[in-house]
Design a protein around this ligand. Structure first.
Ligand code: MN
Length: 231
């Protein structure tokens, strides 16, 4: 057997404190999962969680201490940062209850759900899919995965993003509308989760645009710092 062309390389994320690589299956993302961000996007209340996906090869893996680089993407004049807690699934399953959700978690990482906001808004207005606004190349920078045993109290962790040293987003994971376990319950009712899935759990308020040259530095207590420059 031979391939018609060389297969795409496996996408992997390094694991903090070990030589292991986490092979990525899918990237799920939760929309509007912090109250103050839902408000700044024009929504209120606790609507049921909703999901979109990014391709696994949209990841840009950045080693701890490095500054990753992403190219300013085409067709947009409004590239927004969304700092997010990422959950790495280590054991798959469907219809996972919130009470059992933690058994399915391998670890956590800091991620950026980069968004072509103008294109996303246009698609929303027209009732069309968000793919062009969300699932573009290099739209998902991510730092290394910290195994859950070493991650500390992620449910109570501070999360922030600075651009060129100035605060843009600052909140706490305890302000998630749907917490990690509830998110896994909802998600696994709609898709069968598999080991290797990543879940971007949503962003707090303060999303805004970046331009070429800007350096984004985001962190979540216990999970390290993610540094990315737009070029
Ligand atoms: Mn997001």
């Amino acid at each position: 057997m031979s391939y018609t062309h060389p297969p795409s390389p496996l996408v992997t994320v390094p694991v903090t404190g070990s030589s292991h690589l986490f092979p990525v299956h899918r990237i799920y993302c939760v929309g509007r999962n912090y109250v103050e961000h839902a408000k700044e996007m024009g929504f209120t209340g606790r609507e049921p969680p909703f999901f979109f996906l990014k391709p696994a090869d949209a990841l840009v893996v950045v080693a701890q201490g490095d500054t990753g680089k992403i190219a300013y993407p085409s067709q947009t004049r409004s590239l927004h940062h969304e700092i997010e807690l990422v959950v790495a699934i280590g054991k798959g399953g469907k219809n996972i209850s919130a009470a059992h959700a933690h058994e399915h978690i391998y670890g956590y990482a800091v991620g950026l759900d980069m968004t072509r906001r103008d294109l996303q808004n246009e698609m929303k207005k027209q009732g069309r899919p968000w793919c062009i606004g969300k699932a573009f190349d290099q739209s998902a920078p991510i730092g290394p995965i910290t195994p859950k045993a070493q991650a500390g109290e992620v449910e109570q962790a501070d999360i922030y993003l600075q651009v060129d040293g100035q605060d843009r987003q600052r909140s706490n994971v305890n302000k998630l509308i749907w917490n990690i376990a509830e998110t896994i319950e909802h998600l696994s009712a709609a898709w069968e989760l598999q080991a290797g899935d990543l879940i971007f759990t949503g962003t707090p308020e303060g999303v805004a645009a970046v331009v070429a040259g800007d350096v984004m530095q985001g962190a979540i207590t216990g999970l390290g710092t993610l540094s990315v420059q737009v070029i």
